[in-house]
Design a protein around this ligand. Sequence first.
Ligand code: NAG
Length: 249
Amino acid sequence: MALSLPSLMILLTTLLLTTEATTFIHSRAAYYPNSDEHGTDVGACGFGSFGATINGGDVSAASDLYRNGVGCGDCYQVRCTNSHYCSDKGVTVVITDQGSGPNTDFILSRRAFGRMAQTKDAAASLLALGVVDIEYRRVSCSYPNKNITIKIDENSNYPYYLAFVLWYQQGDKDITAVQLCETQNFVCKLLDRSYGAVWTTTSPPSGPLSLRMLLSGEDGDESWIVPVNNIPENWKAGETYDTGVQIDI
Ligand SMILES: *[C@@H]1O[C@H](CO)[C@@H](O)[C@H](O)[C@H]1NC(C)=O
């Protein structure tokens, strides 16, 4: 039976998409020698305490994948390739920092590095190597029972200067722009990414604020997410506000 051209195209596209979703990229990874068993609250992404606790401490600094902060909060499956020590599954890490070692794409927390191993003994051997060959691929982040949450940065100064990061963004897409809109007259203001995952504005709009987040996929698709909840009129530095929305995965 001969395949018609359209069905052949569909078959090829399906194959390409399937391969794209599962292809691992070869690289190397090191770890923070002095890192604790958890993440870091001082990473270049500006996540604050979220960075210390997120994903049980399976976090990483990225070099190129940091992408000027756009890569902050991305999730990657990372597995080392030495079959004596390494598990097939590896570890899933969240990017919370920027950094590079000798030809590495990732500098994992010590905990995450050890978790690529099959056993405790193998983990000790891996850690002794310091830098290892790995394969990685981007995966969806998953935060069961969490909505995207706005954390107002401690350096914010009500009502003149507003800085915040977004916690618990699920999925494998990027938030590439953020707008704040007045709820009364819908005047919107595009925010700046000051560094990492930190969005800022001087002279923020007043009143309760409606946030809009532009979600961008690798294939170029874009959509605006509009939270259910507003940032209250009298927002406070250091507070967290639940947006009431999450990205389905
Ligand atoms: C997420 O937001 C919805 C409202 O959109 C709310 O009903 C739900 O309780 C929130 N979930 C959590 C874990 O806060």
